[in-house]
Design a protein around this ligand. Structure first.
Ligand code: CUK
Ligand code: CUA
Ligand code: CA
Length: 504
């Protein structure tokens, strides 16, 4: 029920963000998720076979056909042994819309961060453990590790001609048997960030343990230059005007440098550096993953805040900073605390979303309509079809037996944007939000006999507190009724003589 998410990726059409989908990795559970930007809700989650530690994530460009998912953690996925000599990893190609894993490329070592070329040929991944070691010391033995370049059309051909024997249902290409599918480009030392420039010409591998960024030609795969940028370079982003911005974890800086000058060996390639607070990890400029960055803003996602904010315990809030990059010099314009940890970000103009985001949910065919609320009982299976609208649940009462398997189908019949209602059920571990037009389905087992109130947990009107109802749990021998409660003043408890108040 939880994930370790790192890297959000936005869908693109013609080299621009199109505001439709966002994908994100779950490192801990080897999964990817797809978020529908009409609702900002998760539309699908899929597990990737053979892969452990789904880390780097990139969209294969320009088609957007695949997500490239990097396996960071080596293991023996062929025989499930614990023998490190058999440890391998995979870079998975997952169909972006269906989340089906189409094929994988096996690597010795691991894959860290991913980025796609722009012409449909190569995708790139940094590898910090070419040693294939299992200890921290072992992983930093070599002075150079690698950037992996996968020739995607070559891999597709190989899969089509049966060169990828299926492992756990997925064709896996072994580069030892399929020449040309994988090229390893040497890069120092435990390289981390992997970022293709907006024009698709270069891949930047940020050195991490080396104070350099390795510039690789994205077409010929040759190393072109290795400019020094500062200590602990982690990620590089772009303004579309020929400048790169690299985060420096150890120096706690963003450094701006000119790509053409660095390639020519012009010593004035460093343009500007700005202090951030503190220990920046990812940095992202607006639109930097597209072919058309907007070149105006950059965000610095900082791992530590070192006392910038209120002392709220041994753990502190972390920090993010917004930086104006529209001019020659960078300017930090805002810093704000954020929960641990602000990892990576994508950055798009709100205009892109303006005509995409839904005002309310389109009711599904199975949505309960006003007046059609009901209880459907089959033995110990009980379906409760409920509606909610300001400020009432219907039914306000239903009966079940202890131990019944109850499924609540709750439809919010509001037609106004932002009129969310919540539903919490006492002592049953349930609290959900239901947005306008949305139907949520919640299964649970009825607890011991007694009265359990459910109540709205989203402050929705002056009658928010009154928006509540009862689940009456009966003993096994007691009769239960399928009648849903009478509405209005008649629902007063016997003996209560206070007249009902009516609200418009
Ligand atoms: S990567 Cu995932 S652990 Cu996003 Cu720089 Cu840090
Ligand atoms: Cu509905 Cu509060
Ligand atoms: Ca290494």
């Amino acid at each position: 029920m939880w994930g370790d998410t790192h890297h959000p990726v936005l869908s693109q059409t013609d080299g621009r963000y199109d505001g439709r989908w966002l994908w994100i990795n779950d490192k801990a559970n080897s999964r990817v998720a797809k978020v529908d930007l009409r609702t900002f809700e998760t539309a699908a989650i899929a597990r990737i076979p053979n892969l452990q530690g789904a880390h780097g994530l990139a969209l294969y460009l320009p088609s957007g056909k695949y997500l490239v998912v990097n396996g960071e953690l080596e293991h023996d996925f062929v025989n499930d042994s614990t023998d490190p000599a058999a440890y391998r990893s995979v870079i998975a190609f997952v169909e972006a819309q269906t989340l089906q894993t189409k094929f994988e490329v096996m690597i010795v070592g691991n894959a860290d961060i991913a980025s796609s070329g722009k012409d449909g040929r190569y995708v790139f991944s940094t590898m910090y453990n070419t040693e294939n070691a299992v200890s921290s010391e072992g992983m930093i033995e070599r002075d150079r590790d690698a950037v992996a370049a996968i020739d995607v059309p070559r891999a597709e051909q190989a899969v089509a001609s049966g060169l990828g024997p299926p492992i756990h249902g997925v064709p896996v290409l072994d580069p030892a048997r399929v020449p040309g599918v994988l090229t390893l480009i040497p890069a120092p030392k435990n390289p981390h960030g992997c970022n293709v420039t907006p024009d698709g010409n270069y891949v930047m591998a940020s050195g991490k343990l080396s104070p350099t960024v390795t510039i690789i030609d994205a077409h010929t795969l040759k190393v072109l230059a290795e400019p020094e940028v500062g200590l602990g370079p982690l990620h590089t982003t772009f303004d579309g005007r020929g400048n790169a911005y690299t985060s420096l974890f150890i120096d706690s800086q963003i450094v701006k440098w000119n790509i053409a000058k660095a390639l020519k060996g012009d010593p004035t390639y460093l343009v500007d550096r700005v202090d951030v607070h503190y220990n920046v990890g990812h940095t992202k400029a607006a639109g930097a993953d597209t072919s058309h960055p907007s070149g105006d803003w950059l965000i610095s996602l900082n791992k530590l805040s070192k006392g910038m904010y209120l002392p709220v315990g041994p753990a502190m809030p972390e920090s993010q900073e917004l930086i104006d990059i529209s001019g020659q010099k960078m300017h930090v314009v805002a810093a704000f605390p954020s929960p641990s940890e602000p990892h990576d970000a994508v950055f798009l103009s709100r205009q892109v979303l303006a005509d995409k985001v839904a005002q309310t949910y389109e009711p599904v065919a199975s949505a309960t309509k006003l007046g059609e609320e009901r209880i459907v009982r089959q033995g110990a299976q009980v379906e409760v079809y409920m509606t909610c609208i300001r400020s009432k649940f219907v039914p306000e009462q239903f009966e079940v037996h202890t131990g019944d398997h109850v499924t609540l189908h709750l439809t919010n019949v509001e037609t106004v944007r932002d009129m969310t209602h919540g539903f919490a059920l006492s002592d049953h571990g349930i609290n959900i939000a239901v947005d306008p037009g949305q139907t949520q389905v919640v299964p649970f087992v009825a607890g011991k006999p007694g009265t359990y109130w459910y109540y709205c947990t989203w402050f929705c009107s002056a009658l928010h507190l009154e928006m509540r109802g009862r689940m009456l749990v009966k003993g096994p021998a007691e009769a239960v009724s399928d009648r849903i409660n009478p509405a209005g003043p008649a629902a007063r408890a016997p003996g209560n003589t206070t007249p009902a108040v009516s609200y418009e």
